[in-house]
Design a protein around this ligand. Structure first.
Ligand code: SF4
Ligand code: SF4
Length: 367
């Protein structure tokens, strides 16, 4: 299977936005910096709002097809009797302006989405679309238990690669089990694409006091992921030109971890395991279905910030301003319908966590 020339992949899910619209000019500057430095891998998905059309404008229409590799993903949960798996792939090709995807993934497999994949004929569809030349390589992104990963790889030898959540905080997490999942992928000889290497931004805001001199938090997290055996690419959902430039520097070339780096990783792990951090990656899969319009990742981020950097950055006020302006629902508005919990890839007990956060943000309880 073809592997990307360089390991850093550009995730197009956290592009800069204004009034909920992706800012095209800024995105183009980011894409150009990435391409100029010799990187080629871009990752989007059917469900990343506005991302596929921006791939068309910023990449497809501006670069020859052999200069970049493109990945997108099939969301089995969006397939309906009148919108098939084939319609979804063709819509993604049309939106991105491409004739084929280099990599195409069944998106976010876990128990629920696995059932939808089976019911909606996704496995056969991707095989057929590969035969038709609309996909070069097929794989899946995964958020489930190791037993399910093993089952998929045993039953679907046609899957060529796996996308896994891997970062140094999740290696032994009982919710993610990154180390075990990585070992299973290696056992089956499947190259791994790493997602969430900085855990939705959490590992890029680690205090400088815990880091080796001259190493940034993001640099440490990306080098941890990039140096793991069997990893073919590390995705970073970049949001600014500065981030692109910093990540390029990290991968040019990718330095191995030193003794000092490993000690720092241990220190950060200890710090977070003792600090009651909410393990939300800000993927936002939970927000669209919330009937009370609660911005769940924003609530969790505010409380995490209060627990790490305190009132610096005024997270409590930021949350209150948005609530008062009627732009988001209050954490205490939650009616416990649990729609959010059914789609959270991190399997977080969101309703319980919101109760805890509401006491802090709405009622002023100490963290
Ligand atoms: S359980 Fe609460 S936060 Fe989750 S979707 Fe329902 S109302 Fe929204
Ligand atoms: S609570 Fe879960 S689904 Fe929602 S943003 Fe966080 S990780 Fe994603």
């Amino acid at each position: 299977m073809d592997l990307p020339k360089k390991k850093l992949g550009f995730g197009l899910m956290r592009l800069p936005k204004k009034d909920d619209e992706i800012i095209l000019d800024e995105t183009i500057d980011m894409v150009d910096a990435f391409m100029d430095a010799g990187f080629t891998y871009f990752d989007t998905a059917f469900v990343y709002q506005g991302s596929e059309p921006v791939m068309k404008k910023a990449i497809t229409e501006r670069y020859p097809r052999d200069r970049f590799t493109a990945a997108s993903k099939m969301a089995a949960w969006k397939i309906t009797p009148t919108f098939s798996a084939y319609d979804m792939l063709n819509t993604s090709l049309e939106r991105t302006g491409l004739d084929y995807f280099d990599y195409y993934l069944l998106h976010s497999l876990q128990d629920t989405h696995m059932e939808e994949c089976n019911r909606n004929g996704c496995w056969d569809a991707v095989k057929k679309l590969k035969e038709e030349g609309k996909i070069r390589h097929i794989g899946f992104s995964f958020h489930g238990r190791p037993e399910l990963l093993r089952q998929i790889l045993e039953e679907h030898s046609e899957m060529e690669f796996v996308q896994l959540q891997v970062n140094y905080l999740d290696m032994d997490s009982p919710f993610v089990e990154a180390k075990t999942n990585l070992e299973i992928a290696r056992e089956f000889g499947k190259p791994v694409i790493v997602m969430e290497p900085v855990k939705g931004g959490l590992l890029s805001s680690v205090s400088k006091d815990l880091l080796p001199e001259g190493t940034s938090a993001a640099d440490l997290a990306l080098r941890f992921a990039g140096n793991l055996e069997g990893v073919m690419a590390v995705l970073s959902g970049m949001s600014s030109l500065k981030q692109v430039q910093e990540n390029i520097a990290t991968f040019s070339p990718l330095r191995p971890l030193s003794e000092e780096d490993l000690k720092a990783i241990d220190a950060v792990r200890k710090h977070y395991s003792s600090g009651k951090m909410i393990q939300c990656t800000a993927c936002r899969y939970c927000t669209a279905g919330c009937p009370k319009h609660i911005d769940i990742p924003l609530v969790f981020r505010a409380v995490n910030d209060l627990r790490t950097i305190g009132e610096h950055g005024r997270p409590r006020n930021y949350y209150k301003d948005l609530v008062d302006a009627g732009r988001i629902g209050k954490a205490s508005d939650c009616i416990k319908c649990r729609k959010c919990e059914s789609v959270c890839p991190q399997h977080l007990p969101i309703t319980d966590l919101l109760k805890e956060c509401s006491a802090i943000l709405d009622d002023g309880k100490e963290v």
